[in-house]
Ligand binder design. Structure first.
Ligand code: PRP
Ligand code: MN
Ligand code: MG
Length: 182
């Protein structure tokens, strides 16, 4: 285990198993609607990238993947609530069935903004697949069809999640020692 981590919260195996189940659920749910155009999975960079890469390989449907980069946290530990689009989609999602793939819902502000923004582009449908949803008070009310895990209000990193851009490459999700960010 990495020296800056106090506890492994979701192991590599936990993540692999759950992401596979999520992919299977999406495959079942969209088998009737995907058609030959398939679905568009929108990965929210950077945190959502690792989850997305595993999720799409667990979905057995015609599928496009595109990436959008937003940031609300910068290098801080709290959401600023101000979401900036750093990179937009290349895909026109009008009339398409869209699934947004995110690593974590914390305050919910990132997804609240993103869903409003993407909805205005006229997709045929839009759902959210989030690997984790934090158990936090005052979370924005985000309709999230696919949730991998509920997690406690701790500072977690790994499997795409960073602190100051580090730790995204850990293959598990672990709790960051407080002395690292205090
Ligand atoms: C993190 C995380 C989610 C968002 C969740 O992204 O990856 O996108 O915050 O927080 P919220 O529900 O409170 O909005 P961050 O802004 O840190 O950018 P990153 O993905 O590049 O790390
Ligand atoms: Mn993110
Ligand atoms: Mg971040």
């Amino acid at each position: 285990m990495h020296n800056d981590i106090s506890e492994i919260y979701f192991s590599e195996q936990d993540l692999a198993d759950r992401v596979r189940e999520m992919g299977e659920a999406i495959t079942r749910d969209y088998a009737g609607v995907a058609g030959s155009d398939g679905i568009v999975v929108i990965s929210i960079l950077r945190g959502g990238a690792v989850f997305t890469c595993d999720l799409i390989r667990a979905i057995d449907l015609p599928l496009e993947v595109d990436f959008m980069a937003v940031s609300s946290y910068g290098n801080g530990v709290k959401s600023s609530g101000v979401v900036r689009i750093l990179k937009d989609l290349n895909t026109d999602i009008r009339g398409r069935h869209v699934i947004i793939a995110e690593d974590i819902i914390d305050s919910g502000l990132t997804l609240k903004y993103l869903m409003q923004n993407l909805e205005s582009r006229g997709p045929a449908s839009m759902t959210v697949a989030a690997l984790m949803r934090k158990n936090t008070e005052n979370q924005a009310d985000i309709p999230c069809r696919y949730v991998g895990f509920t997690c406690p209000d701790k500072f977690i990193v790994g499997y795409g999640l960073d602190y100051a851009e580090r730790y995204r490459n850990l293959p598990y999700i672990g709790v960051l020692k407080p002395e690292i960010y205090q």
